[in-house]
Design a protein around this ligand. Structure first.
Ligand SMILES: C[S@@+](CC[C@H](N)C(=O)[O-])C[C@H]1O[C@@H](n2cnc3c(N)ncnc32)[C@H](O)[C@@H]1O
Length: 259
């Protein structure tokens, strides 16, 4: 059923997505965002460094035992399989880097670390920024911590625990949230709870990015509820992810962009 939803949703996205490079966009802010952030083609130093780490993971046949957060059961996977199936692709991970770079994020929160690929992109725009990343599986936490240490990422704090129960205290420990990447429990209820928990710490320039908005009917419904929320002023859907802005100077608008 999920596979069917994903296929239909991908076709609908291809048919509705437009505004590539800002054609037909009225808002100067969105025009700038599309041209200078979403479709920016610059080569940043961190791109090659992080992609080399991904390549190493992709050829690592070591088997690890992971806790499945849906069932609570333990299951074995190779590192290569995790890197192939559970980690954001280069295209989207590099967009995360450009978004944190764009709003000069200093306090960044990530829900769902896995091997830490997206985390390293989030941490690379400013090494004085503070990245908090949360992961439930202890083996993945250990691996991610080692990767960050071995590669000189000193601005990342990995928190091990069930995000559904420890997010509130983590959010309470920071003054504001400049950027949040939601990539953990992909159910509607959990996604909306995460969103509501993080909302009190937003400011005018905060950005929230939701992963896998077309992964299931549930996630699609969560995304649409978020877009409709009164505090959201701008929503940009790029197929695999959706980003929202809260700047009250903007009139409420929504774009589906062919990314
Ligand atoms: C898609 S992966 C994250 C990928 C990573 N952001 C990247 O792109 O490199 C999602 C992770 O969230 C973790 N996760 C899911 N639900 C969770 C929960 N309730 N608490 C803690 N971690 C959870 C899973 O263990 C998994 O490693």
């Amino acid at each position: 059923m999920k596979k069917l939803f994903q296929a239909v949703s991908a076709v609908k996205y291809c048919l509705t997505a437009s505004h590539r490079k800002g054609f037909g966009v009225q808002s100067p802010f969105v025009f700038h965002l599309l041209n200078h952030v979403f479709f920016e083609k610059g080569k940043y130093y961190c791109y090659d460094k992080i992609e080399a780490i991904r390549t190493k993971f992709l050829s690592d046949k070591k088997v690890v035992q992971l806790v499945d957060y849906g069932t609570g059961k333990s299951r074995s996977r190779t590192v290569a399989d995790i890197a192939r199936k559970s980690v954001k692709s280069k295209k989207y991970a590099q967009l995360l880097f450009r978004l944190v770079n764009f709003n000069h994020s200093r306090t960044i929160l990530e829900l769902g670390t896995s091997l830490g690929i997206s985390t390293m992109y989030l941490a690379s725009a400013d090494f004085d920024s503070k990245v908090i990343t949360m992961e439930g599986d202890p083996t993945l936490c250990k691996m991610a911590r080692k990767t960050f240490k071995d590669n000189g990422f000193h601005n990342i704090n990995v928190i091990n625990g069930n995000i559904d129960s420890i997010l509130a205290e983590t959010v309470a420990s920071v003054e504001t949230l400049d950027f949040v990447f939601f990539d953990a429990n992909h159910t509607k209820q959990a996604t909306l709870n995460y969103f509501q928990t993080c909302l009190p710490k937003i400011h005018k320039n905060s950005i929230f990015v939701f992963d896998d908005i077309r992964w299931s009917a549930d996630m699609w419904s969560a995304w649409n509820t978020i877009v409709e929320h009164p505090s959201v002023r701008l929503a940009i859907d790029v197929g695999g992810m959706g980003a929202v802005w809260f700047n009250t100077d903007l009139t409420k608008q929504q774009y589906v962009v062919a990314f």
